[in-house]
Design a protein around this ligand. Sequence first.
Ligand SMILES: [Cu+2]
Length: 340
Amino acid sequence: MERAKISPAISISVSGVAITLISLWYGQNHGWLPEAASQNAPLVDGLFNLMMTISVWLFLAIQGVIILAIIKFRKQPGDETDGPPIEGNLPLELVWTAIPVVIVMVLAVYSFDVYQQMGGLDPMASHDHTRMAKVSSGSAIAGSLGGDLGLPRGGQKVALGIGANPKSEGIDADVTIDVMGLQYAWLFTYPGNVMAGELHVPVGRDVQLNLQAQDVLHAFWVPQFRLKQDAIPGRMSELRFRPEKTGTYPIVCAELCGPFHGAMRSEIIVDSQEDYDAWYQTQIASAINESSDSRLASVAIAVDVIGSTDLSDADRLALHPNAPAIDAKAIAQMAHHHHD
Ligand SMILES: [Cu+2]
């Protein structure tokens, strides 16, 4: 009995529609990204979802054609003939060149627009960071950390990172915090020389981080905020963003910076405005109670100890608050390889 023949045009159209519907659905429901907790996260996610949609479409179409070809055009029993000699197909080649060109152009324009809306092209990102320079040069820690590293002084230009988005261009951020990356910790300095090992920010406010590194390249990454920026010795970069959801999110160093790079983690705590104010007041109070000099000195010592090269790796790890459980043998092996 002969099967009813379906015309190729119809089967191609039907599978095309089906693949498109599946791709559109999966592009919005892949669940690959962590929670979106900052104002610019939806922008990044929109771009990612479009790329996911295109990728799924191409994957299904190409794999579908391959599987179809394997089954439909497999060698028949007793067939010893060669395949037909095909020399090329100009229309087909034009099509499979034009489609990727269009896709790449669309993604280029779209991603440029996202970057611009996030504040990546903020012309103010190259303004003078005199306030930052004043805070740093006035603190004891800047002396011990900065020294000859060429920390920015008044007048240094900053043009790296994510600045104000077009809507808040020219307006100062609500909170500005200096971030120092060092092997293997993040150190945060708030206005008034308040130092902390954890990053508190108020929800729904514009936050600006001025990033620097004490020793080697680090990268400040908060996956839930869709933000990542290098921290560079001797050069300042900035990250400006607006957290949209209260909660605690991981800060991850995303630049291989040494044997304990993997332990270089901290937390960003997004507080309500009241909680943030309360936390900040306790920090100010304890800074006054301890006398700022001794407090700065103790932070400086802690930083110095963590960064010290005389320290054995095991000791250094023990000092680290976020150190994972690594057994001493593994450390010894790692150190051994490192020195070879
Ligand atoms: Cu690091």
